[in-house]
Ligand binder design. Structure first.
Ligand code: UD1
Ligand code: CA
Length: 463
């Protein structure tokens, strides 16, 4: 929409978070608060979007600019309140007409639907300002909506409210639509005579009413979506809500979640039907899991692709990996980035794979480390096999071709190649390639000293 503009306030420090990270960059269920606000407002297809930054402006800009090329940044320094913050958008909006939708970087759950309803209501009423409000059981901390004859008369902040005003349950969400025409002139007339000595945007309501400019409200039914985050405990509460919603969606789509209260699944994660997720599982980032999988308790998966019918046993960590159909992993396995596991392969307990391709049907069942390795199909890697891929300066590759058999407790000192169908004897330190079809053996020969025990007894004093 060419005459629609979005401004997001995000300059405040968020003192109550007690954090070095700017408040709006704190994640809710895996996505930064301000990121959520920006995604929602994009649904309005605004002509411009301006983020007001101040506290740690550079950190916020560095984080958001790359993924939001059209986002404009306006600096508010120092931060003198919400009205002063909005004033900083004047250079971007000067000379434009139409509607500004004002959002708060710390109100992350607002729905696109509510925003569309706000713009519609505002325009239909021909209002100068429309305030989104909600009626809360616990209104404490929010600005209260004071009505006269049913119509909004002004907004009073909690700290400036009288005892009677504090009893009001209708709160200001901090989300508004404004007609651009009178806005910036009116902002200049706001004073800072209040408990915090700040320029409150909320004072605009009283000012407009005195100037006989029409002010409307949009009361939302679901107060959760306009909740502001000011503390870590609110952050946790809100994360729980978002997680619950994600779990509900997945369950509705056919995923079994044994204990939703302890299951943490990020918003972009996809999971197929008939997959069972056991308690304490964390699935993050851009992860896709197929159908009919079993994810046992206390597994964490991040940015990975898991195909169908995969079993992941307890206590595995899987990051940046691709796992094909029918694979079994763990317990206690660690798959690190750039690992690809082929169909039907088996990865057992205490196995770590890094930048490793494991071919279909191959097995690494116990206590192994494979790094920078390319392993073919139907290879058997014995217990305790280690690729020595790092010599202190550079990483080197190990190749194990199809059908090879690596005996237990083998070190493969890279770069090295074990040919197709070759065997490596247990306990070997392999420093040279093993040709296809051969046996590589590299260990000290055993010699047995006959009668040694008897002789030893003879020399030891009896006690
Ligand atoms: C504000 C409203 C309050 C409302 C509540 C809803 C005012 C005066 N009060 O209070 O009526 O109920 O939101 O959540 O507007 N910010 C700036 N620059 C500043 C100050 C704040 O950019 O100088 C930004 C903050 O980063 C934040 C937003 O504005 O994203 C709201 O500021 P905050 O201090 O959290 O206001 P509240 O006390 O919550
Ligand atoms: Ca707030």
């Amino acid at each position: 929409m060419t005459d629609l503009h979005v401004v997001v306030l995000a300059a405040g420090q968020g003192t109550r978070m007690k954090s070095t990270l700017p408040k709006i960059l704190h994640p809710i269920a895996g996505r930064a608060m301000v990121e959520r606000v920006l995604r929602t407002s994009a649904a309005l297809d605004p002509a411009t979007t301006t983020l007001i930054v101040g506290h740690q402006a550079a950190v916020v800009r560095d984080r958001l600019a790359p993924s939001h090329p059209h986002l404009q940044f306006a600096i508010q320094e120092p931060q003198r309140g919400t009205a002063h913050a909005l004033q900083q958008a004047e250079p971007v909006l000067a000379g434009r007409t139409g509607t500004v939708v004002l959002l708060s970087g710390d109100v992350p759950l607002l729905s696109a639907d509510t925003l569309r309803r706000l713009v519609d209501a505002h325009r239909t009423a021909g209002a100068a300002a429309t305030v989104v409000t909600a009626v809360l059981d616990r209104p404490y901390g929010y600005g209260r909506v004071v009505r006269k004859n049913g119509h909004i008369a002004r907004i009073v902040e909690e700290r400036d409210a009288s005892p009677t005003e504090r009893k009001l349950h209708e709160i200001n969400s901090g989300i508004y639509a404004f007609d651009l025409e009178p806005l910036f002139d009116a902002l200049r007339s706001i004073a800072s005579h209040n408990a915090q000595g700040e320029y409150y945007l909320t004072d605009l309501v009283g000012i407009y009413r005195r100037r006989k400019l029409p002010v409307e409200t949009l009361v939302v039914d679901n107060p959760q979506e306009i909740r502001g985050i000011n503390s870590r405990s609110e952050l946790a509460e809100m994360s729980t809500l978002v997680m619950q919603k994600k779990n509900e969606e997945l369950m509705a789509a056919g995923v079994t979640i044994v204990d939703p209260a302890t299951t943490y699944i990020d918003p972009d994660v996809e999971i197929g039907a008939d997959t069972v997720i056991h308690p304490g599982v964390v699935i993050e980032g851009q992860t896709r899991i197929g159908g009919a999988c079993e994810i046992q308790a206390y597994v964490r998966i991040r940015d990975s692709e898991i195909a169908d019918r995969v079993t992941i046993n307890n206590f595995c960590l899987i990051v940046g990996a691709r796992v094909a159909d029918g694979v079994s992993i763990g317990p206690f396995a660690h798959l690190r980035p750039d690992t690809a596991v082929g169909e039907g392969a088996k990865i057992g307990n205490f196995v770590e794979l890094k930048k490793t391709t494991l071919g279909p049907g191959s097995k690494v069942n116990h206590l192994s480390y494979l790094g920078d390795a390319t392993v073919g199909a139907k290879v058997n890697v014995g217990a305790g096999t280690i690729t020595c891929n790092y010599d202190g300066t550079k990483k080197s590759a190990t190749v194990i071709e199809d059908g090879a058999f690596i005996g237990s407790d083998t070190q493969l000192i890279a770069p090295v190649r074990v040919g197709k169908g070759a065997y490596v004897a247990a306990g070997s330190s392999i420093t040279e390639d093993v040709p296809a079809g051969s046996l590589g053996i590299a260990r000290g020969r055993q010699s047995n000293v006959e009668g040694w025990v008897e002789r030893k007894k003879g020399t030891t004093a009896k006690t």
